[in-house]
Write a protein that binds this ligand. Structure first.
Ligand code: PGA
Length: 255
């Protein structure tokens, strides 16, 4: 049985006060016994403060991005080594906002995946199709291409101890989540696609759903057999909503 992972992607939101307050509230809402891995990914500026606030809790630290180089003359970059040093466990890569606003390619994202693995960090690889691609029936082809960038360069074993987040772009921040059946179909496709290379890795890999997950729709999404948790944007900024989502995942996946 896969242990679900619910991770909050705070995106470009936060302040010192907000980090202190939100984490205190999350700690009140979430006790360590839940059968679900939990993480939050605040902006890089606040990772150290967040780590300090999370000390002794059941919530792990994630980052929203990483650069390719480990050190040297790369002004403004943040390395995997630094993220590790701060105590980060998960790193989101390939988010559609970075693919769109920073023109990150599949190849570039695959290189980030490799750097994270090398440093012992857990990549959370975001994939997913646009609304136009969805309407054109290209969802599977788009997801396969985004997965293949990693599979073809690093092999299926790279997905051991890695996470995939299926996030249809049309569902991100729109309030229009994929239906549980729609999401399940794509999650199954993703797992089957990896299984063609390595069935054991495919069986174990965590595939989160992301895109307008909230306190009301999470439980139903988690009833689907191939949905192993969620990557949560907007709703992760509210401790009570995020806690409901975590508890729904733990409950749905209880063995
Ligand atoms: P959302 O964002 O939950 O606000 O739709 C999800 C994400 O972008 O990871």
């Amino acid at each position: 049985m896969r242990r679900p992972l619910v991770m909050g992607n705070w995106k470009l939101n936060g302040s010192k006060n907000m980090v202190n307050e939100l984490i205190a509230n999350l700690r009140n809402e979430l006790s360590p016994v839940y059968g679900c891995d939990i993480a939050i990914a605040p902006p890089v500026m606040y990772l150290d403060l967040a780590k300090h606030n999370l000390s002794g809790s059941c919530i792990a630290l994630g980052a929203q991005n990483v650069d390719l180089n480990l050190s040297g003359a790369y002004t403004g970059d943040i390395s995997a080594a630094m993220l590790k040093d701060i105590g980060t466990r998960y790193v989101i890569i390939g988010h559609s906002e970075r693919r769109t606003y920073h023109k990150e390619s599949d190849e570039f994202i695959a290189k980030k995946f490799a750097v994270l693995k090398e440093k012992g960090l857990i990549p959370v690889l975001c994939i997913g199709e646009s609304e136009a691609e969805n309407e054109a029936g290209q969802t599977e082809a788009v997801c396969a291409k985004q997965l293949d960038a990693v599979l073809d360069t690093l092999g299926a074993s790279a997905f051991e101890n890695a996470v995939i987040a299926y996030e249809p772009i049309w569902a991100i921040g729109t309030g229009k989540s994929a239906t549980p059946a729609q999401a399940q179909a794509v999650h199954k496709f993703i797992r089957d696609h990896i299984a063609k290379k390595d069935a054991d890795v495919a069986k174990k890999v965590i595939i989160q759903y992301g895109g307008s997950v909230n306190a009301s729709n999470a439980a139903e999404l988690f009833t689907q057999p191939d949905i192993d948790g969620a990557l949560v944007g907007g709703a992760s900024l509210k401790a009570d909503a995020f806690a409901v989502i975590v508890k729904a995942a733990a409950e749905a996946k209880r063995v």
